[in-house]
Design a protein around this ligand. Sequence first.
Ligand code: CA
Length: 404
Amino acid sequence: MRIQIGVRSDVGLAREVNEDAYLIDDPLFVVADGMGGHVAGDVASSTAVAVISDEFAAADVGDPDSLIDVLRRANSAIWQKSQSDPSLRGMGTTCTLLTIHDSQAHLAHVGDSRAYLLRDGELSQLTEDHTLVGRMVREGRLSQEEAEHHPQRNIIMRVLGVDSDVEVDILSLDLIPNDQLLLCSDGLTSMIDVGLIRQTLESEPDAQAAADRLVQLANKAGGEDNITALVIHVRDSDSPSPPGEKEASASVPRRSPAPETSPSTGAEATGTTAVKDAPRHAARTSPRRTRGAVIGIVVLAALGVAGFFLVQSLLDNSYFVGVNDAGEVTIYRGRPEEIAGFSLRREEHGTNLALADLPEFMRDDVQEGIKAESLEDAEQRVANLKDRARSFGDEGATTKKNSQ
Ligand code: CA
């Protein structure tokens, strides 16, 4: 059995930096999709790939469980980096690792990047998406179709690097000639549907042409995220190479470049160079989720400790102005909306402003939650509300005075 490999990673049309990373070091293949502010996502995915590359050398390729250790080491390395550098706090990355040994493929997976298998014209998703909506689909609370358009589909419940340890999904399958495997970041699967992915793999037997075409289609559909497609085509070792086929070179590892101090833009990688990108999605094997917190988090106990951690880290950077049960205007971390009964907010602090002190026409907005860019922005919005309340109070006083 021999394999043909193609890869393309592209920044897409909407983002400035490619925070995706990949590694091709036959028989090891990895796609990682980093997240975090500024260059942090880039650092997370590149660190994952670098650590995996180092650790894999010592791993027992025939023992899938050793892959769990490899990903846990990558997790620790990212976690430690984020703990020692405040600018990297909260960074994380998905990671989908595939290795081939004795005609068997072993997958180790965390996050919402995906692995697919095309066999006999049928495309199967091998991995499970470690996302909130993915969980809701598995629990039968959301259809696959609804999940694809759900406003919270980007909330990831399990990734590398946001906690000191991580749960890793493991999956093995026997390969047969003509199988096509695809590892990809969510920048591909959020832009084009599985029907088009299947059709593209079927119509492009050349692995590099298929990877190129998939990225091209995702960009044509909007390219809203970084896009990485890594295609592995399993060939019968007895069959001759098709004309023009580019054999994978087992001796030359290819991987995305490490993050630069000033991130390059318009980055794109193929063949012997590579790139990285940003957000995430995923697959099917077992459970998942992320990180936790402190006081008054109304929400996520039901999601399990792991999922909890990641959601919290995502929500840490979101603020809004709302109202607490006592009718006090309050600044919250998180998001005003609930997801399937899960509250995604944590009280930051009260404001000594009663909702009842605001003009009536403003109360609905506050009750629904006024989103803010930052804590400072939220404070400014509260200051504005207080001004309105004050002038509203003065008007009331004036009216009363005039009517006396
Ligand atoms: Ca992504």
